[in-house]
Ligand binder design. Sequence first.
Ligand code: AMP
Length: 218
Amino acid sequence: MLKLVLLGPPGAGKGTQAVTISEKYKIPHISTGDIFRKNVKEGTPLGQKAKNYMDKGELVPDELVVELVKDRLNGSDTQDGFLLDGFPRTVYQAEELDKFLAGRNQKLDKVIDIQVEQAVIMERMSGRRVCRNCGAPYHVKYHPPKQDSVCDLCGGEVYQRADDSEATVLNRLSVYDKQTSPLLDYYEKSGNIVHIEGVGGPEAVFDKIAAALGASTV
Ligand code: AMP
């Protein structure tokens, strides 16, 4: 089974690709963003700590994230394979992940870096909407709900996440440049990174990822 990391700026389509990769390669999808959002919604102590950072588009402090991911990776379903989406986001997190895996004689098989230009990201993200109830994703231009603000699937309210507003998206992109893009160099040194152009439809992007994973389909 594969041990994978998905990298890329917010809005690169990591979440969409992650769902397909996890299905096709039968590995659990671990999204730190989803875990935080669930905790915020449920009002847990972790959610209360994370909310302020998330609303501003800042990163949640490393210690909180690293503990959370280690816990999740200790689960019985993630011993041999997993897909991390949205983690690591800093060099410190990447080092901690490598140490953790080394402790069980493992290492990452591949780091998939999805690349998309900033202008495309702005259009994708500022138009992004989501159902408050079931989490179904929409886009005002590319995939609007049939009835304005009403989810096609469950009838819940379709809204814009606070961290998808234009100002916050700009901040998230700058946080990515400053704190996350140094990871590209980090993984370049370990030699297991592949770069995928994240343009075209989701299927076309997935085909490129599958081609890059080709030989490593264990
Ligand atoms: P995402 O859905 O992956 O864009 O994550 C949403 C928000 O959750 C981010 O803007 C951060 O505030 C927080 N977050 C998710 N993953 C991490 C991480 N690995 N390190 C720090 N903060 C994170």
